[in-house]
Ligand binder design. Structure first.
Ligand code: UD1
Length: 416
C-alpha cells in the first residue's frame, strides 16, 4: 500500500459489521441443522476463512450483499481441516460446537501467532469440566463425550475465545453452564444473544454468565453488531492527521475507553445516538493508558493508538495487559522517526512533532493499521508491505480512507 501522507482526513465513515462478532456467529451455525441468516457481515479475508471451514464441515453458504445464509448440506463432519485453523486462530471455536453436537471432534491445535504464545488451555479445561475427554497429540486436539453436562467453570483470565467456546458448547449441554469471570466484550455478548435467539437461555450476572442448554437449537436471523475496532481506527486516523472524522452506524458506548483518552488528549469529541465524531485542532497531548478486558482499553486499538501518541506532545505510556508481545509495530514506527522504548510490558513514548515517511512491513492486522495511520500522518510517500494482514480485518480500507481525503494506492506488486 502506498500512502502520500500529511493531509488532514475529514468526513464520515460507516462502520462495517464486527469481524470478531461475525466469526463466532458463523461457527454457531454448526450447532443447528436449520439455516442461519446473518446480516451486516463484513466481507473480509477472516470471514472467508471461517466460511471455508464450515463449508468443509458440511455447510453451504450464500451471500447477498452483506447478508449471509448458512445452510446444512450434510450432517457435519467432526474433523476440521488443518489449513483454515492454522491461518486463523478463531477457527478453533469449532471444537465446542462439534463436540457438543456430535459427541466427538478433531481440530488442529491453533499454535502460536505474531502477538504472543496465545495458549488454549482455558478452552480445553472448560470443555473438560463440561464432560469432554480431551487429548492433545501431534498437533491435534481430540475430544469425545457421551454428552456434555453444564457445570461451573472459573476462568483465570476473562478470555474472549474461552468464554465463546464455553457459550457455544454450553448451548447444547444438558443443564446450566455457569462461567465465572467471563469476558464481557460486546462481541461475546452478541454471541450470547444469538444463542438465545437460537433457543438457549442466557443470563448475564455481575460476576458470571449462565447458559442453559437445549437438546436442539433452531436457526435464526441475526444482525452482527458494528465493528468498534474498525470505527476506532478511523477516528484515530482523523485524530493523527489533525482532521475531523465521524464514524456512523456505531454503538458509542462500545468506544467509551477510546473517547475518554481522546478527551484527555485534548481532542473535541461529540457523541450522537449511533455516531461519534472526533476533531483535532492543534497538537494532541500525550496520555497514559493500559489495555484491559472490556470495558478496559481494547488491546486491538493499542497499536493504532501508539501511532497517534507517537506525535502527541510530551510523554505517553502504554501498558499492554492482554497479550504478552504485542509491540510488533514499535520497531517499524521507530524507523519512521518515532521515539519510544519498551520497559517490560510498558511502552514509553516521547512524542515527536512529525513522523517521516518510510518503507515498512505490517506484522499483523492491528500493527498494520498502526503503520497505515503513521503513514497518513507522515508528510511524503510511505510504502507498507504485508497488506494481506489488513485485508483480514478491514473491509475496503483504501476506499474508505480515500473517501476521507487520503491518497492511498493498493498495489499487487511493487508500485514503483
Ligand atoms: C479475541 C479477539 C482479538 C482480541 C482479543 C482480546 C477474536 C477473533 N479475536 O482473541 O482480536 O485482541 O480477543 O480482546 O475475537 N489466553 C490463555 N489461555 C487461553 C485463552 C487465552 O492464556 O486458553 C490468554 C491469551 O494468550 C491472551 C489473553 O488470554 O494473553 C487474551 O486472549 P483472548 O481473550 O482469549 O483473545 P482471543 O479470543 O484469542
Amino acid at each position: 500500500m502506498v500512502i502520500s501522507g500529511g493531509r488532514p482526513l475529514s468526513g464520515t465513515v460507516r462502520a462495517a459489521g464486527a469481524k470478531n462478532a461475525a466469526l463466532p456467529a458463523i461457527f454457531a451455525s454448526l450447532l443447528t441443522s436449520e439455516p442461519l441468516l446473518l446480516t451486516r457481515v463484513p466481507r473480509l479475508r477472516d470471514v472467508e476463512t471461517a466460511l471455508e471451514l464450515v463449508q468443509s464441515l458440511g455447510k453451504e453458504v450464500h451471500w447477498r450483499g452483506e447478508e449471509l445464509e448458512i445452510r446444512e448440506q450434510a450432517p457435519p463432519s467432526p474433523v476440521a481441516p488443518e489449513a483454515p485453523v492454522r491461518r486463523m486462530r478463531a477457527s478453533f471455536l469449532v471444537l465446542g460446537p462439534l463436540l457438543a453436537r456430535l459427541g466427538r471432534a478433531r481440530v488442529p491445535h491453533p499454535g502460536g501467532c505474531a502477538i504472543g504464545p496465545r495458549p488454549v488451555d482455558l478452552h480445553l479445561e472448560g470443555l473438560a469440566a463440561l464432560g469432554g475427554e480431551i487429548q492433545a497429540r501431534q498437533g491435534w486436539v481430540e475430544a469425545r463425550t457421551a454428552g456434555l453436562v453444564g457445570r461451573t467453570v472459573y476462568l483465570d483470565f476473562p478470555s474472549v475465545g474461552a468464554t465463546e467456546q464455553l457459550l457455544l458448547a454450553g448451548a447444547l449441554a444438558r443443564g446450566e453452564t455457569v462461567i465465572l469471570n467471563p469476558a464481557r466484550e460486546p462481541e461475546v455478548v452478541d454471541l450470547s444473544r444469538l444463542l438465545s435467539a437460537m433457543g438457549a437461555e442466557v443470563v448475564w450476572g455481575e460476576d458470571r454468565v449462565v447458559i442453559r442448554g437445549r437438546k436442539e437449537l433452531a436457526g435464526a436471523h441475526w444482525e452482527v453488531i458494528p465493528d468498534r475496532i474498525e470505527a476506532g481506527t478511523y477516528l484515530l486516523a482523523g485524530a493523527i492527521t489533525g482532521g475531523r472524522v465521524r464514524a456512523c452506524g456505531v454503538v458509542p458506548r462500545h468506544l467509551a475507553a477510546l473517547l475518554v483518552k481522546f478527551d484527555q488528549a485534548g481532542l473535541e469529541v461529540e457523541v450522537g445516538e449511533d455516531w461519534v465524531e472526533v476533531a483535532a485542532s492543534g497538537r494532541a497531548r500525550g496520555v497514559h493508558l493500559e489495555t484491559g478486558p472490556y470495558p478496559g482499553f481494547p488491546t486491538d486499538l493499542q497499536p493504532p493508538m501508539v501511532s497517534f501518541l507517537a506525535v502527541a506532545e510530551g510523554e505517553s505510556s502504554v501498558t499492554e495487559r492482554v497479550f504478552a508481545s504485542r509491540f510488533g509495530h514499535v520497531g517499524e514506527l521507530m524507523r519512521m522517526g518515532a521515539r519510544m522504548r519498551l520497559q517490560g510490558a510498558t511502552l514509553l513514548i516521547d512524542g515527536v512533532e512529525e513522523l517521516t515517511p518510510a518503507r515498512v512491513r505490517a506484522p499483523d492486522i492491528r500493527a498494520g493499521a498502526a503503520l497505515v495511520l503513521a503513514a497518513l500522518a507522515a508528510r511524503g510517500t510511505s510504502e507498507i508491505e504485508g497488506t494481506e494482514h489488513l485485508a483480514r480485518g478491514y473491509q475496503g480500507l483504501p476506499e474508505k480512507l480515500r473517501a476521507l481525503g487520503a491518497e492511498v494506492e493498493l498495489c499487487r506488486t511493487n508500485c514503483r
